[in-house]
Design a protein around this ligand. Sequence first.
Ligand SMILES: Nc1nc2c(c(=O)[nH]1)N[C@H]1C(S)=C(S)[C@@H](COP(=O)(O)O)O[C@H]1N2
Ligand SMILES: [Mo]
Length: 319
Amino acid sequence: MLIRRWRNWEIPEREATPESVFAGRRNLLKAGAAALVAEALWPRDLFAASDPTAALYPAKRDNAYKLDRPITPESVNTHYNNFYEFGMGKDAGDAASVLPIRPWSIQFDGLVEKPQTIAIDDLIRRMPLEERLYRHRCVESWAMAIPWTGFALKALVDYAKPLAGAKYVRMQTFKDSKIAPGQRQFWYPWPYTEGLTMAEATNELAFMVTGAYGKPLAKCFGAPLRLATPWKYGFKSIKSIVRISFVAERPKTFWEALSPSEYGFWANVNPKVPHPRWSQATEELLGMGGKRVPTLLYNGYAEQVAGLYTGLTGENLFM
Ligand SMILES: Nc1nc2c(c(=O)[nH]1)N[C@H]1C(S)=C(S)[C@@H](COP(=O)(O)O)O[C@H]1N2
Ligand SMILES: [Mo]
């Protein structure tokens, strides 16, 4: 995120003449073909070798969640990822294919009735799986649209039974530098940590993701369990979660620890509040030849979430 690398199908606004848009499309086709060849020569292990809950996909789509843009092609999405545990480039998702995702368990602790650990497949079987079409807006100003499968984070909160003193949910990614080369970079505050207020976590939009594109979740997307908070910048959507804690104090998140003036706790999408180093007014829709569209307040989800923030004065809600 600190480094911006343009792929050949990404064309900055200033270069988006009709010619370069056309060239961008051609390059996208070429890149797609190259990816197919590479896939055939070096197949990537995007999925678990054996997945006891695979038969639950595709789940029924919840039509309450509509898109204003086409779904991003799966092949574009699986070749353009942020997953710092596996490197800083957008190809980190390739490296993530070494992540073993079964067995996998989730630990619940902190201010809960009873701390517990549950195997991911037991958890998935207990939760009400559905498919939702969500926008995804990275703070770097690119965007995608994804058919996620998963369940409302509220269902997980109800399952965990937090105590009255719990004010925030903190989530953490696995930590194992033998598997994840990025975690050998000791200057990063591993494990990746994110957090939400209880009100945010129980908002209908907060979604725990276990699948995408009608299948179990690919490793590059943060299998076997990741968060999707589509009204916030993408770095809030923590991947490959192993621990969920209910806490009284606001957790210090990974990016906030690294650079608090650029990546805060709230990180709600707002076109009018620029990042210190770039504008957030528009976003590039990946896989569409460099097409840019205006960014929307709360990434277009104001109706569902604006009420969470009334009266919160003196907070950096949009950084
Ligand atoms: N554990 C972990 N979670 C993470 C990240 C990461 O590097 N590590 N990157 C974040 C960022 S910056 C974004 S934009 C999204 C990217 O998700 P995607 O690769 O599925 O598009 O994951 C978020 N979750
Ligand atoms: Mo991001």
